[in-house]
Design a protein around this ligand. Sequence first.
Ligand SMILES: [Ca+2]
Length: 106
Amino acid sequence: MCSERRKISTFSVAMESAIQTVVGVYLKSAKGKGSLGDKDFQGLVNKQLGNVMTGTESSSAVKEMRKGLDENQDGKVSFQEYMTLIGYVANTLSEQRTAANNTPAS
Ligand SMILES: [Ca+2]
């Protein structure tokens, strides 16, 4: 009972820390502005998402990604639009893990 509670608490701290990282990366990349410009977004994707996404080294691919996220088409990535990207990456990771766990037995 006691150890179960500790396990849950460790999990929630890890999750809080992950959320803080996601928010912190955005704020750091935005450099005090309210949203990410093209260069800010390129920097964020190159530095933070190179291991989970392909094509992050291509500036034209990242620009296309930015356009796809830019719902209000102001040329910048707001926090809300950034969360769309995080959701997309999280969903991709989840699908990869599910696929890895459900490898059909031959
Ligand atoms: Ca926008």
